[in-house]
Design a protein around this ligand. Structure first.
Ligand code: ADP
Ligand code: MG
Length: 563
């Protein structure tokens, strides 16, 4: 702000996305709150009187001296950029110098401000042209209070085009949430009709903010990760652990760039793609990504409200995001989950799986370890957790010990996850002799099998021979059922899920310690170890810290007992 507020040269005005940005109460809140953040505020108080179309935003930012204050609502006047060259290095949220001017035209605008270090504050009321109409000294702490009243009073058509003021409060709340998530160090206090409406406490990072907004989400349901990519750029991701939380709409798949939530459909699609097959059907992840990139990588002038941007090197970012999310969802010592709530423990134990009925051909053979690409500690950049098989419970759960707790891993779905990722990486169709013979296939079923690359040929009256099958289904006793299942439809991924599920080791199958260890080793190195491709949680963790709390190990009962 040292620069002072100046009018922008005409050539700069021509290069910025012109347009009316003030179209609702939420837009007023956005513009004023962003000005507060640009002024370095750490505390922002928003007061709303929707029925009066009135908004006040007070901050503890740097404030303005009288010269700047008089200039603040003049068209295209800003302290944030000076020239066309500056458009390539925008580091502030505002830069067009339009907001206060537009607000002055559409409402009554009053600003009270005191520059830090100055002993005096000023109150200025602006004319609809953005000129100071009234000036007087004011007693105020350093910072700025902007009051906007009677918005659109002389623009009745605008008011008519909007939902009722009360309904607009939803949009206002969503707007404040968005801004707060991008600036977690700020305290927000929001009032409605002179009553406190909600507050957001600051956090070291966004991680602490999200549970204040999504009430049903706990801090421990979220994984946070920050990854430095190329020089001077980073990705910060807050992602809901797929075995703990998800939503019925993709409403929390969000991307922010340099302090502002934006729509970047390519990146949102990437998030959905990476997390597909880790969640139950028709459920969506909670994922908030904040990219910090060099200002010259962004063109903010795609949209008047800066809600859409052009981000250079989009495919580079898609790749980085994929890796970041996978890294966040792995089970590594760095991101060990806290113990799950005990009611969860009860629920999960009750849901003991029905015992399997298939005679299985074991595919978890210790001998196969050598052939599988099991990652070792040395060649992975993110060390995997040490897990040691201790016992099998009910022929269904593997009891595994790790340095700070113990886990119950459900053998069938852990194996299903392993096989599914293997199939994704390598969907192999192999010849089968003698062929499998299928009866009474409809035309749709034949076409579906062919779509999956499986060859089907007539073999007689209402009989078909299948001579190539997915490698995992080769010579299985239930091969015919498996092929029929695949013929009922679904895309290749669905077929891979079905195949993995069918061939994974059944619950009810006794396993030796070596077999269990092999399975654990393969499972922990999968890309998405927390859930199976249907979205079911794979393991239940009992962390040592929770166990010691439960058994009250901190009690000092008596020295004589030797404890
Ligand atoms: P822009 O934010 O694009 O610069 P605005 O019309 O929103 O344009 O604001 C004009 C100028 O007024 C800003 O550049 C800034 O110098 C000053 N200003 C606005 N709000 C505040 C505030 N809360 N604290 C300090 N300065 C402010
Ligand atoms: Mg602004």
């Amino acid at each position: 702000m040292e620069l002072g507020i100046k009018s922008l040269p005409t050539e700069v005005v021509h290069r910025i996305a012109a347009g009316e940005v003030i179209d609702s109460l939420a837009a007023v809140v956005r513009e004023l709150a962003e000005n507060s953040l640009d002024a370095g505020a750490t505390r922002v108080v928003v007061s709303l009187w929707p029925q009066q179309w009135r908004v006040r935003v007070a901050d503890n930012g740097c404030g303005m001296d009288l010269t700047d204050l008089q200039q603040a609502a003049v068209a295209h006047s800003t302290s944030k950029i000076r020239s066309c060259e500056d458009l390539g290095k925008i580091a502030s949220l505002g830069f067009r110098g339009e907001a206060l001017h537009s607000i002055a035209q559409l409402a009554e605008l009053e600003i009270v401000s005191r520059r830090v270090m100055l002993s005096e504050g000023w109150r200025v009321v602006f004319s609809p042209q953005g000129q100071p109409a009234q000036i007087e000294t004011a007693a105020i702490a350093p910072g700025t209070v902007v009051t906007v009243a009677n918005l659109f009073a002389n623009w009745s058509s605008r008011r008519q085009g909007l939902p009722s003021p009360a309904q607009q409060m939803k949009a206002v709340q969503a707007m404040i949430w968005q801004i707060a998530l991008c600036h977690p160090h700020v305290t927000w206090q929001v009032w409605q009709n002179d009553r406190e409406w909600f507050t957001l406490s600051p956090g070291v990072t966004t991680h602490q903010l999200l549970p204040q907004i999504l009430r049903q989400v706990r801090l421990s349901d979220l994984q946070e990760i920050k990854v430095e990519v190329m020089p001077h750029a980073s990705i910060q991701a807050i992602i809901g652990l797929p075995d703990r939380c998800h939503r019925h709409r993709p409403d929390w798949v969000r991307v922010a760039v340099n302090g502002r939530m934006v729509k970047l459909p390519e990146l949102e699609q990437t998030i959905l793609k990476v997390t597909a097959r880790t969640l139950p059907r028709d459920r969506y992840p909670i994922c908030f990504l904040h990219l910090h990139v060099a200002p010259d990588q962004i063109d903010w002038n795609r949209h008047p409200a800066k809600a859409e941007i052009y981000l250079r090197q989009s495919s580079y970012w898609q790749e980085q995001i994929t890796q970041t999310i996978e890294q966040a969802l792995r089970i590594s010592p760095a991101n060990l989950p806290e113990a799950v709530h005990s009611e969860r423990v009860g629920k999960l134990l009750k849901a003991a799986e029905a015992q399997g009925v298939y005679a299985t051909s074991r595919s978890v053979q210790p001998a196969s370890v050598g052939q599988e690409a099991v990652e070792t500690e040395e060649d992975t950049p993110h060390p995997l957790i040490q897990l040691q098989a201790v016992a099998q419970v009910h022929n269904t759960y593997i009891l595994a010990e790790h340095p700070s707790g113990l886990w119950l891993v459900e053998q069938h779905i852990a194996h299903e996850r392993v096989l599914y990722e293997q199939l994704l990486d390598n969907w192999q169709l192999v010849p089968q002799e003698p062929p499998a013979i299928l009866k009474s296939l409809s035309l749709a079923q034949q076409l579906q099998l062919q779509r999956l690359g499986i060859e089907v040929e007539p073999f007689g009256e209402q009989l078909w021979a299948v001579r190539t099958v997915p490698a995992l289904l080769l010579h299985r006793d239930d091969g015919v059922e498996a092929l029929l299942e695949l013929s009922w439809g679904g895309d290749l991924q669905a077929a891979q899920v079905a195949t993995a599920c069918r061939t994974a080791i059944r619950n009810g199958t006794p396993l030796s310690l070596t077999e269990m260890q092999t399975l654990l080793d393969r499972w922990r190195s999968t890309r998405h170890p927390r859930t199976c491709p249907h979205g079911r949680p794979i393991y239940l963790s009992l962390e040592e810290s929770a166990l010691s709390r439960f058994f009250r190990r901190h009690w000092v009962i008596g020295k004589s007992h030797g404890i």
